[in-house]
Design a protein around this ligand. Sequence first.
Ligand code: CMC
Length: 449
Amino acid sequence: MDIIVSSACIISVHGNAKSIPQTRMDKAVLTLGSEEYELPLTVGSEREVGIDIRALRKESKAVTLDPGYGNTGSCESAVTYIDGENGALRYRGYSIEELAQKSSFVEVCYLLIYGELPTSAELDVMKHNLTHHSMLHEDMKKFFEGYPPSAHPMSVLSAMVSSLAAYYPDSEDPADLDLNIIRLIAKLKTIAAFSYKKSIGHPYVYPRNDLDYSEDFLQMMFAVPAEEYNVPTLLARTLDMLLILHADHEQNCSTSTVRMVGSSGADLFASISAGISALSGPLHGKANQEVISMLARIQADGGNYKKYLDKAKDKNDPFRLMGFGHRVYKNFDPRARVIKKTADQVLNDLGINDPLLAVAKHLETAALEDEYFVQRRLYPNVDFYSGILYRAMGIPTDMFTVMFAMGRMPGWIAQWVEMRNDPHNRIHRPRQIYTGATERAYVPMSERD
Ligand code: CMC
């Protein structure tokens, strides 16, 4: 099959293997001083073009400089596709809108990690494995005791995931890795819920094998011993959908961290623990928590939207509109659209009137009419409305980023496995352009005073 990339370039695609015939646009040419370097192109299945600079430094001694990696492709990946201009997000080819509506989180875990939607038998096995590996080793409960009640659940989560390596060591046997993947997803919800119970001084509620993933998490969070707790179906379905929407997002900060750490040969748990730490930053996963603080602040300030838009525009003010803007989406974030619509429905069904939802909507309208945000193509991202839904479900604010981590787990795992199986994978080791002092002689202390 021939695919026309542009009028000057024809790319042949045969199944998954891509071959690029020698045509006029089969390479990029870089002129550096008086030298010309020919750089091959790599074209993806969605026709994205990458200039392959692997040989550049060896041949020219020059490196590329791209702080924040906004123009750098770090790998070839078959997991997730984003078209930021058109607001498209697909896991293994399936649109996020369709998955959110028709699929389940466990099914999406399977899809991301193993590459295809499961058959009913495969899904049953996955569900069975995820329920039967959800208990923590009893010794691990002692770890929770060591944290102060004020500990942020993200630091507890990261440390506990890292500790799993002590119980389930890395091994060369693929069957062991498969089991560790299941253990990680299964135990994450237990760790998350235990960290919440510990923070409020309540006894831990153990996982139950008769419930699905989201239901079980909700009962471990909200059940109280000696009292009956029936998981509300609406909450379980809403949580499942939120987890699906967060399940992967190609090479974002935390996923790149997982790949970076894993590229050294570090085990799955160490790599993912590092990803959790990366997610805890306010410009990444913690933005969902920050959005709620911001909306509450605006509400307490009498809904003075202009004041906060002005602050966000002021380059001397560190304030940013949290939940707004994205490195890749330049029109809309498809996840935010689904969440906004769901927030309206769920709050209505639950009979909740959250004043922060109204503040969020007013703020969004005001920002989208403001020249600054329009020019920079800044739109609400996934974090803008997700906190409203978590609040409606009774999830405390400092658990919001933990919810993000639970959702992102299959994506991190899929990307880590892909990296490990990639024959081209090398330890991640970027270069730099050094701007410090040039060589100089050591100055003895007597001459420094
Ligand atoms: N409020 C005010 N100005 C902003 C914002 C914002 N939220 N986001 C970007 N800008 C401005 C920025 O100051 C810059 O202006 P100028 O061109 O005049 O210097 C311009 O827009 C481009 O922004 P950038 O910082 O170069 O964009 P980036 O791709 O490096 O950063 C971002 C992306 C998401 C970190 C940023 O938009 C941001 O800080 N947003 C708020 C935090 C947030 O919501 N994060 C969650 C992201 S989505 C979930 C996830 O993946 O974690």
